[in-house]
Design a binder for this molecule. Structure first.
Ligand SMILES: [Zn+2]
Length: 166
């Protein structure tokens, strides 16, 4: 396994529509293993392939407290959503920033697993939020896009300061 390099806004791959996965082979499983390792290393609860400069519809998630419930969503689609709430958000590709964004309270997602098998997952709270955040990534959307222009500028200033002082 290997740690992958996380790219930051405004890297162009973060803005592309990710392409669907059609081959479920050993290379995909190796990429997933590297993505899990990279997500845990960065203390993230989710990581989408565009964040490691791979423009494919793949994301890994683990919202458990003990980091022992990882799963991946490949070619995911939100097939049902309900409600609306403000949820605290941050992103490994917009480091050192946090703000509240409007999200659906509940979502149901249909996706494929590492073997190409379809499954459905539903969630609210942190899991529901994380599913929406990662699927946004696969559509070239960042959480800061859901903020007002003023708030977005404030967060991007915080990120620039952080990256400069690192
Ligand atoms: Zn993110």
């Amino acid at each position: 396994m290997a740690l992958l390099k996380i790219v930051y806004h405004p890297h162009p791959v973060l803005r592309q529509q990710a392409v669907p996965v059609t081959v479920f082979d050993d290379d995909l499983k190796k990429l997933l293993a590297d993505m899990y390792e990279t997500m845990y290393d960065a203390n993230g609860v989710g990581l989408a392939a565009p964040q490691v400069a791979i423009g494919k519809q793949i994301a890994v998630i683990d919202v458990s407290e003990k980091n022992n419930e990882p799963f991946c969503i490949i070619n995911p689609q939100i097939i049902e959503s309900r409600g609306n709430e403000l949820m605290s958000a941050g992103c490994l590709s917009v480091p050192n920033t946090h703000d509240k964004v409007p999200r659906a309270t509940y979502v149901k997602v249909r996706a494929q697993n590492e073997n190409g098998e379809f499954f459905e997952i539903e969630g609210n709270g942190l899991l529901g939020h994380c599913l929406q955040h990662e699927i946004d990534h696969l559509n070239g959307i960042l959480y800061i896009d859901h903020l007002s222009p003023l708030k977005r500028r404030m967060q991007l200033k915080k990120m620039a300061k952080f990256l400069k002082e690192r």
